[in-house]
Design a binder for this molecule. Sequence first.
Ligand code: HDD
Length: 734
Amino acid sequence: MNEEEKPHHQNKTDFKVNEDSKNQQLEQFREDPKDQFMTTDQGVRINHTDDSLKAGSRGPTLLEDFHFREKMTHLDHESIPERVVHARGSGAHGYFQPYESMAEFTKAKFLSNPSIKTPVFVRFSTVVGSRGSADTVRDARGFAVKFYTEEGNYDLVGNNIPVFFIQDAIKFPDLVHSIKPEPDSEMPQASAAHDTFWDFASLMPESTHMLMWVLSDRAIPRSFRMMEGFGVHTFRFINEAGKARFVKFHWRPTIGAHSLVWDEAQKLGGKDPDWLRRDLWEAIEMGNYPEFELSVQLVDEEDEFKFDFDLLDATKLIPEELVPLKPIGRMVLNRNPNNFFAETEQVAFHPGNLVPGIDVTNDPLLQGRLFSYVDTQLNRFNSANFTEVPINRPVCPVHNHNGAGFMKMTIGKGKVNYWPNSLGNGCPMMAPESAGGYVHHQEKVEGHKIRARSESFSDHYSQATLFWNSLTEPEKKHLVEAAHFELGKVETIAVRERQLANFYKVDPEFARRVAAGIGIEVPKDLEVISTGNYEENDASKQMKKGASVKESPAVSMERNKIETAKSRKVAILIEDGFDSNEVMQVKEALEAAGAQAKIISKLLGKRRSSTGEAMEVDKSHVTTGSIMFDAVYIPDGQQSIQAMKQEGDALHFISEAFKHCKPIATSGNGIALLERAFVLGVNFASNTSGEVMSHKGVVTAGSEADADEFAGQFIDAIKKHRHWDREEKTMVPA
Ligand code: HDD
C-alpha cells in the first residue's frame, strides 16, 4: 500500500448541513411534468391513454398492450400496509436551530452550534385509527421528528402526552389489541370507548396516569400546531468528556397549547375529518409556520434515585417544579411535502436512530421499542432497503457493506463487501470516537435473568393524583365528562366498576363524579387487581419515598395559556345590507393581530352592504360551520341582521359557537340576533333590571361605538381562546 492509498480518517466536520440540505437531496428525486410528454416507465412516449388496445373497437383487449398493463399493475400495487399504530398522520418539513451550544451536556453536533439549522421532517399522527379515520378523535397524538444531522439521522419519536400506558414493551401488543377495533366486529373505529380497551386498562393499574391525560383535553388538540410534544422516556446526553446525564425532551408550541371541546371534536369528525391535517397544511401554505421550542430536563447520574419514582418508568414524568425545563432551541415547520405517499407515508422513524452524544437508557418500554420500529418497517416496506427511500436517507454520506435485497438503490462499487478487508484498502474505515464514531455509553449492568419489574415501578397512582390536583375546574369537568362518555360506552358493568376502583385510588371525589354519570356506585370492595411481578432491589431501596410535589401547575393547559390571536380563524356572518365600514375596520384589526377572517353567508357569491359595496363570500353555511372557527363576528346592518334572524343556519352557527365557549362579537342590531340565538336573551340571561346580561367573551357595542375599540376587545377575547365560565350558564341546545 503506498502512502496515498492508506486509509486516512475523514474528519467528521468535513461534511456540513444547512437548512436546505434535505431539500436539495430530495430535489434529485422530484419529477415535474411541466411541458413534458407522458411516457411509460421505460421512457417511451405515450400517444393515447384513453382506450386499450383491442382486436377491433368492440373486440377483446390484447395482452400485448404494454401501456395498459403497466398502468393497471401500478394501481393494483399502489398501497403498502398501513402502520399498525399511528396509521393516520400528516408531515411537514422544516429546520431546527439551537439557541446556544449544548456542548457542556452533549457532543451531538446539531446541538452544539447555534448557527446550524438542521433540516427536519415531522410526522404528527393519531394512534388508534386507520389511515382514513378522522383527525379529531380522542387519542394521544404522535409527534415524531427526524433530524437530518451532519452525523446521521436522529429520530425523536414522541407523543403529545408525557407518559405512556404501560411500563414494559411486552405489554404493547396487548395494549394495541385491546384499543384497536374489536377483532370479531372490527368496531369501533379510532376510539378507546369500548369494552376490550377498558377491560384491559382496568386490569392494568399502571395505565391510570396516562388514562388521566387521555381523558383530558390534551387528547383533542385544536391543531397539531397547538400541542406539546414529549420524548416520554428518559434518554441520555453524553458530552465530549464522556460525562452522561439523564435527559427528558419537551416540545412547546410558541402559540400555546389549545384544545377542541368534545362536542366540536365529534362534529368535526363528520364535517371535516381532515381537520388537523388541513390546518397544518393551510398554515404552512399561508406562511403561518408552526414553531416549537425544544426544552430539556437534565438530571445528573448521581441524582438518579433522589425522586420518589423511577426515571426508567415511562408512566412517570419529572414534575417541572422539581427539575425545571431548559429551553435549548426551536423548530420551524416551513414546507409542505410534495407527495404524501413518498414522504409522509414512507418516512420511517425509529427511536434507535441516535447520533453521538445521545443514548438510550434501560427503560424497559424504550428497550422494546428499539426492536419494534425496524421490524415494523420491514413489514411495511418488505425490504431492509427502506433507509434508501429519499425521505429516509441521511443527508450525510452513507458507506457500509449492507447487502442486496428488494429495491436496492445504491450501486456499490468494487468486489469488497466485507470487513476486515485489504483488497479495498480497509474501506469504508472504522471511525474513532474523535472522528464521530458512535460509542455506546458504558454502563455497568448486572443481575439475575428474571422476568420481573423493579419495585420502584410499583406506585401507579401518585402521579395520576398529581395530574388531577393540578387541573383547573373546567379541565376537571371535561375530564369527568370524557370518562362519562368512555365508560358509558362500556357495556360490561364489572369493567366500569373495576375502573372506578382505580379512579377511587386517584381521588375519591373524582371517582364519585365519574360514577354519578355512568349509573353505578363507587364499588365498596375497592380491591385493585395488579399485574406485574415487582421485585425489591437496590434502586427501590434507594428511592426517596414521598419526595415529590402534590401539584404541578405545568401540566395544566389552562394555567399555561399563551394569549395570542395569531392564526385564529374568525367567521364573519353577513347577508345583504351589512355595515361595510364596520366590517372593513374589524377585519383589518383582526388581520393585523394575525387572525384570519372569512366571510360566511347563506349562499356563495357576492353580498351587498347597506351602502352598496359588494363583498365576496368565502364559505356558505352548507360548506362550513361554527366548529371550523375560533370566533364569530356579526357586523351590524339592519337588513343583514333581520335576514339572519330568520335563518336557522346562522342562528345555529352563533348558538353553537356560544356553547363551545368561543368569542363572539356584534354591535347595534346584532345584539337582538344574539338574544334570538339563545346567546343573550330576556328568557334566561337578562337580570331583573332588564339589561342584557354580559357573558365573558361576548363583546357587544352600540351602533355608534368606536370600531377600533370594539375590535380590540374582540381580539382580547380571541386571545383567551375559550371562555369556560359560560359552560355552567348555558342551556344552548345546539
Ligand atoms: Fe410507538 C409508531 C410514539 C411506544 C411500536 N410510535 C409510533 C409513532 C409514534 C410513536 C409517534 C409514529 C411514527 C410515524 O409517524 O411514523 N410509541 C410512541 C411513544 C411511545 C411508543 C411516544 C411510548 C413512549 N411504540 C411504543 C412501544 C412499541 C411501539 C412500546 C413496541 C414495543 N410504534 C411502534 C411501532 C410503530 C410505532 C409498531 C408503528 C409504525 C412505526 O412504528 O413506524 O413500531
